[in-house]
Design a protein around this ligand. Structure first.
Ligand SMILES: Cc1cc2nc3c(=O)[nH]c(=O)nc-3n(C[C@H](O)[C@H](O)[C@H](O)COP(=O)(O)OP(=O)(O)OC[C@H]3O[C@@H](n4cnc5c(N)ncnc54)[C@H](O)[C@@H]3O)c2cc1C
Length: 339
């Protein structure tokens, strides 16, 4: 009874979230004992050494289906392939990332294979005794954490928030099989992959949205502003400091709701989950929904004039003071160091 994680690729390159899923999967597989951790990769042009990285990052084996027609994600096509693999291999658990790809593919596939699906999990565990997957996610506006299990149906399917775990370190001593399929191949029972002839959608390519783009998920440094900044124009100094540190600008939902900054910058439960080396929250109280998006940050700095602010309590460095005075001083020091 194996555990699967769905790797994501774009233009032949693996996305980091593929390794984060393997870190969750490895933990679950080790707790369950027995059974393999398999990474599934559907796509095109992914090279042998790239596939081996999945093994080095925790997978016991890789099953890959590659074809030029699978270069770009298309829900119906990818789902047909996944469904065929599920019926042939019967995995116990399937984990995908709660990215736009995972959030589209998993529910579509879960319906077809008559399985349950828990979306947007922030925690996964194995239940003692039964081996069931315990899937934890925020519920009721993020005010409680609900743990869901699927005792009667298999596979147990879940999407997991990107950045909710860190990839395992690469271990080049790890070895595992790489099982390759083309779309023409058959399984031992004579079944194969569905024909794409009748597919009504062909994805020709992707174009990146340039306006309002904020690459928070990949950023090493994020400086975020909240309601304590008083007005939208004051994001200027945050922008300046973020730029001099080679980082990105984030925001609380309050700042976004006030129209001070656009939604792609929002960090938290209904925004982005981030995992930078440095997260600095300025004039942000630290509501539970904001904290949900920053908990895997390496170092958290909070600047707030309220000594009781919740963000101070979880911060590695809590600066109690006026945001504008502290930011002004920081800008001065950064200029002195030539940053
Ligand atoms: C379903 C749901 C989803 C949500 N999702 C998100 C989400 O994704 N992200 C998110 O952020 N929130 C989210 N929220 C909203 C969240 O509950 C809070 O309302 C929000 O995070 C508050 O934003 P804030 O910290 O900027 O504002 P406030 O809570 O008002 O905090 C402002 C802070 O600024 C400080 N301050 C004021 N003046 C200064 C000054 N001069 N110098 C220094 N500090 C100062 C204050 O002491 C205060 O702590 C969600 C809520 C719900 C119900």
């Amino acid at each position: 009874m194996n555990i699967w994680t769905l790797a994501e690729q774009h233009e032949g390159k693996l996305k980091t979230v593929s390794f984060e899923l393997l870190s969750w999967g490895r933990n679950l597989a080790d707790k369950r004992g027995g059974g393999k951790l398999t990474s599934i990769l559907i796509g095109s042009g992914v090279k042998e050494e790239t596939l081996k990285e999945l093994i080095h990052r925790g997978a016991d084996e890789v099953i890959t289906v590659q074809d030029e027609t699978l270069r770009y994600f298309c829900c119906k096509t990818y789902s047909g392939i996944l469904e065929a693999l599920i019926y042939s291999y019967e995995p116990a658990i399937i984990l995908a990332a709660a990215t736009s790809t995972g959030r589209t593919l998993m529910p579509y596939t879960a319906v077809k294979v008559h399985a349950g699906l828990t979306a947007d999990c922030t925690g996964l565990e194995i239940e003692d005794g039964t081996g069931n997957l315990l899937q934890t996610r925020p519920a009721i506006g993020g005010n409680i954490m609900a743990t869901i299990k699927t005792p009667d149906h298999r596979p147990q399917m879940a999407t997991v928030r990107p950045r909710s775990s860190r990839p395992l370190k690469e271990d080049h001593k790890r070895e595992g099989a790489i099982i390759r399929f083309t779309l023409k191949d058959k399984f031992p029972d004579g079944t194969g992959f569905p024909s794409q002839k009748k597919d009504r959608t062909i994805v020709r390519g992707y174009r990146r949205e340039e306006t309002g783009f904020a690459n928070l998920e990949e950023a090493e440094v994020i400086i975020s502003g909240g309601r304590g900044l008083k007005k939208g124009e004051n994001f200027g100094i945050i922008q300046e400091i973020a730029k001099s540190l080679g980082g990105e600008v984030g925001a609380s939902r309050d700042a976004v709701d006030r129209g001070w900054i656009s939604y792609p910058h929002q960090v938290g439960l209904s925004g982005k989950t981030v995992s930078p080396r440095l997260y600095m929250g300025v004039g942000i109280s630290g509501a539970i929904q904001h904290l949900a998006g920053i908990k895997t940050s390496e170092t958290i700095v909070s600047i707030n004039n309220d000594p009781e602010a919740s963000l101070h309590k979880i911060a590695d460095l809590a600066i109690v003071g006026d945001a504008f005075e502290v930011l002004g001083e920081l800008r001065k020091r950064l200029k002195q160091t030539g940053a």
